[in-house]
Design a protein around this ligand. Structure first.
Ligand code: RIB
Ligand code: CA
Length: 316
C-alpha cells in the first residue's frame, strides 16, 4: 500500500512482541499514511531475545522487508525484567507455528538507531508499545532527541486501575524509572492508556472478519488472537482480548492522525497539583473505526491462501 511519500508520517515503532505488538507492526507497516522507518525491540512481554525474534517472525510472514529491526534493552533500568508469559506464552507469541525468520537483525543498537534517524528525518514520531527502557536510554545518551521528535505516542499507563498491580499498567510497571525519565523529558507525549485500549476488543465477529481475508497472514493473526483470547479470559476474565498496542498506531494514523504505587501513572485530570500538563491522554478508541483500519491493513498484504510461509492451524 502506498500513500504520497511526501505526506506520509515517518514513525519508528519500539515494541516488545507480544501479540498486540504484532498487530501494531502489521498496522504500522501497512498504513498508507505512515512510513515505518524502523522497528526497535525491548524486553517486556518476554526476554529481549524472544521479542526480537518475534519481530523478525512477524515481518517474515507479512513480507515486510527493508524495515531495520534493531534490538535494545534486555532489562529495565533499575531491576530485572519480569516477563508476561502468562499472557503471551513462553515464546512471547504463542499460538501460531512459525518457521525460521527470513528478515535479518540489524547490527545497530536500538537507541543508536532511534538517535540516528531522529537526526536525519524531520517530523519523526516515535511510537512505543512496550516498557519505555529504550526511550529513556536514548534520551539519557542524546537529550536533544526531545527537541527533534515531533511526538512520542505510547501505549501504557492507566487513569484508574492497573493490570499488573492495582495501581500500575504493565509497560509502566515494568520500568517506572524509565517512564519517569520519559514523562519528565519535555517530549510532547500522547499516552494511550488501558481506559482507551479496552475498547479495542478482538471479538469473535472481528476474528471472523479477519479470517475471511483468506491469506496466510490473516490465518496467523487469527491464531495469535485465539491464543491471546484464552490467556486474557483465564487471567483477566475478559470475554474478548483488548489489542492495546495497535491503538497507539491508530492514534497516529487518525492524527496524521512505592510499595503499591510503583509504576502508577497519575493523571491530574483537574489540575489540582498545579503542575504543567506533560501529556495528552486518550480516553477512548472508536472501536468500529479502529477495526476497519486494522482489517484494511491486514487485507492489504499480498498472499493467496496457498502461499507459504504460514499454514493456518485448526482452531480449537
Ligand atoms: O498493558 C498492556 C501492554 O503491556 C501492551 O503493550 C502489552 O503488549 C504489554 O506490553
Ligand atoms: Ca507491548
Amino acid at each position: 500500500m502506498t500513500g504520497d511519500l511526501a505526506q506520509r508520517q515517518p514513525i519508528i515503532l519500539d515494541c516488545d512482541p507480544g501479540h498486540d505488538d504484532a498487530l501494531a507492526i502489521l498496522l504500522a507497516a501497512a498504513a498508507p499514511s505512515l512510513e515505518l522507518l524502523a522497528i526497535t525491540t525491548v524486553a517486556g512481554n518476554q526476554t529481549l531475545e524472544k521479542t526480537t525474534l518475534n519481530a523478525r517472525r512477524i515481518c517474515t510472514v507479512a513480507g515486510i522487508h527493508g524495515v531495520p529491526i534493531a534490538a535494545g534493552a534486555d532489562r529495565p533500568l533499575a531491576h530485572e525484567v519480569r516477563v508476561a508469559a502468562e499472557i503471551h506464552g513462553e515464546s512471547g507469541l504463542d499460538g501460531p507455528a512459525f518457521g525460521e525468520p527470513q528478515v535479518p537483525l540489524d547490527a545497530r543498537q536500538a537507541a543508536d538507531l532511534i538517535s540516528e534517524l531522529s537526526r536525519s528525518v524531520d517530523g519523526l514520531v516515535l511510537v512505543a508499545t512496550g516498557p519505555l527502557t529504550n526511550v529513556a536510554t536514548v534520551l539519557a545518551r542524546d537529550p536533544g532527541l526531545a527537541g527533534r521528535l515531533r511526538r512520542l505516542v505510547l501505549m501504557g499507563g492507566a487513569i484508574g486501575i492497573g493490570n499488573t498491580t492495582p495501581a500500575a499498567e504493565f509497560n509502566i510497571a515494568t520500568d517506572a524509572e524509565a517512564a519517569r525519565a520519559v514523562f519528565e523529558s519535555g517530549l510532547p507525549i500522547t499516552m494511550v492508556p488501558l481506559e482507551a485500549t479496552h475498547h479495542a476488543l478482538a471479538t469473535p465477529e472481528v476474528l471472523a472478519r479477519i479470517a475471511a481475508i483468506g491469506t496466510p497472514l490473516a490465518a496467523m493473526t487469527v491464531d495469535l488472537l485465539a491464543f491471546f483470547a484464552t490467556t486474557y479470559r483465564n487471567v483477566f476474565g475478559f470475554d474478548s482480548p483488548p489489542v492495546h498496542d495497535p491503538c497507539a498506531v491508530a492514534w497516529v494514523i487518525d492524527e496524521t492522525q512505592a510499595e503499591f504505587s510503583y509504576g502508577r501513572t497519575v493523571c491530574d485530570v483537574y489540575g489540582v497539583t498545579g503542575r504543567p500538563p506533560n501529556a495528552e491522554v486518550a480516553t477512548a478508541v472508536a472501536a468500529e473505526r479502529f477495526w476497519d483500519l486494522m482489517i484494511d491493513a491486514l487485507a492489504s498484504y499480498a498472499g493467496e491462501p496457498s502461499d507459504p510461509p504460514y499454514a493456518a492451524q485448526e482452531l480449537g
